[in-house]
Design a protein around this ligand. Structure first.
Ligand code: BG6
Length: 478
């Protein structure tokens, strides 16, 4: 009896999630809805409590109203009692991030929950859903307050989740890392890149390493070019303050685009453990370098017309809202293949995809000469997740002409059931952080190596204003 009740307890250990910046955009649009879905999926148990820590002066009633609003897009899909159950376990702590007293209050609230609600010490997850400029302060305050020391020996854990971008360049990322290294152990730190948690991104290594058809030709002998693109029609909207402090390359280049590339380009990890997979991703970044050519050819950046009118954006801002990089991976597998990384806001299309273009065959069956026909494999990451492969077939009729055809797989076409199984990235990240699996989080080595590639480009752009482009266009003219 004692044993089974202990096991039941362990299946649902007391856990307190504190979200710094709970009233912000990220929290409202991604985290809070993800918590509701996890509640329904029973990932959050009755022993989970959530504390919101933010600057807004909300009364408990205002806060409940705010939560209901954030749940509104999801609410129809859920029973009212799931929503109520979760709301009853979320409380609010209005506070400034640099106020030591606020951390003392937070500590008292946590202690109170442990004493009176659980009668034992709890696991603690701290989620920093705040602008990067607050990381330093929050890390220090958290560590000084003793809130991140695991309790009950090693039996209960304390973990810190931090959003990208982690640092502004090599120097600041290293500084943050040194600080983090002093305050926490690596297994306590979860650096988020939500692209890694997208179903279609995780599928890349399964596709590569489970299909003998592709792996033998997955190299620069057969592949001419790898293009990774994250293009968006939406503009900066109300995110002027955040965007002005980062720019497109730090916002999505140093993380989402590079992580997609790493899964396409990495070596087989052997045993698929978090340590092995993270090590192989980091190795790709270590060998990544800009292609040879002028800055204009290999590292273009642009800004859409009208960006400077956005609230909180400087009227003479040189922040890039678009970039296109040409690179290469200097290792045996990829030397000679061209790598293109492109992203932008306020463009004429919205897509997130990776395309591998294969080289043409030496001799063409149709003409007996070298031909231009080449195959491609495209991974669609955003809307309509799936994979397409183009290949050539003989056109029916007289003659030997060829035409392109496509083999396509889409998760969405697999019917309601399959697409239901597509976990949202934030759901997956929260679930993995709770279970302690770091595979989908960036390691120190990955962060360090990715900044080593990105920082020199940012330095070069300091003296080169971005090229202007029209909203709704394909980006700056060449
Ligand atoms: C975020 C960036 O990390 O990713 C945004 O800050 C970007 O600027 C977003 O729009 C794209 O993610 P998704 O999941 O909407 O494709």
């Amino acid at each position: 009896m004692l044993v089974s009740s202990a096991l039941a307890m362990e299946a649902n250990p007391p856990t307190i999630i504190t979200i710094f910046g709970i009233t912000g955009d990220l929290s409202r649009t991604k985290l809070i809805p993800a918590l509701l879905r996890l509640e329904r999926a029973c990932v959050l148990g009755e022993n989970t409590r959530i504390i919101g820590f933010s600057r807004r002066a909300f009364s408990p009633n205002d806060f409940r109203g705010f939560l209901r609003e954030a749940f509104s897009a999801e609410i129809e899909r859920f029973d009212a009692d799931v929503v109520e159950r979760l709301i009853n376990r979320i409380s609010y702590c209005p506070a400034l991030f640099d106020d030591a007293h606020a951390y003392a209050t937070l500590g008292e609230r946590i202690l109170d929950m442990e004493r009176h609600e659980f009668a034992e010490c709890a696991n603690k997850l701290y989620y920093l859903a705040v602008a990067p400029e607050f990381y330093h302060t929050i890390f220090l305050q958290l560590a000084n307050s003793g809130l991140t020391i695991p309790c009950a020996g090693e039996h209960r854990w304390a973990r810190v989740l931090v959003e990208k971008p982690f640092g502004r360049d090599s120097a600041t990322a290293e500084e943050l890392d040194l600080l983090l290294g002093k305050l926490f152990k690596e297994e306590q730190i979860f650096r988020i890149d939500h692209y890694l948690a997208k179903e279609a991104v995780q599928n890349i290594i399964s596709f590569r390493f489970a299909n003998a058809l592709f792996e033998p030709v997955w190299n620069s002998r057969h592949i001419d070019r790898i293009t990774v693109r994250l293009l968006e029609e939406k503009d900066i909207g109300s995110r002027g303050t955040f965007f002005e402090s980062v720019g497109a390359l730090r916002d999505v280049g140093q993380n989402h685009l590079l992580q997609m590339l790493s899964l396409i380009a990495m070596e087989h990890p052997g045993e698929p453990s978090a340590a092995n997979i993270r090590r192989e991703r980091a190795r790709v970044f270590e060998k990544l370098q800009l292609a040879h050519g002028t800055l204009e050819e290999v590292a273009r950046h642009g800004q859409y017309r009208g960006y400077r009118d956005v609230s909180s954006v400087a009227t003479d801002s040189n922040t890039e809202t678009y970039f296109r990089l040409e690179a290469e991976i200097n290792n045996t597998r990829w030397r000679g293949a061209r790598i293109v990384l492109e992203s932008g806001k306020a463009l004429n299309t919205t897509l997130a995809e990776i395309t591998l273009e294969f080289k043409s065959p030496e001799l063409c069956i149709a003409s007996g000469r070298r031909c231009h026909h080449n195959n491609s494999v495209t991974f669609r990451i955003g809307f309509d997740e799936g994979i397409s492969i183009t290949f050539w077939v003989k056109k029916p009729g007289l003659g030997n002409e060829l035409e392109a055809r496509e083999l396509s797989f889409s998760y969405r076409n697999e019917g309601e059931h399959e697409s239901e199984r597509l976990f949202d990235a934030y759901e997956r990240l929260l679930a993995d952080a709770l279970s302690g699996d770091q595979t989908l989080f960036a390691s120190t080595e990955e962060v360090r190596a990715s900044w080593k590639f990105i920082t020199p480009i940012l330095h070069k752009w300091r003296n080169v204003p971005p090229q202007e482009y029209e909203k709704g266009s394909g980006g700056p003219a060449r």
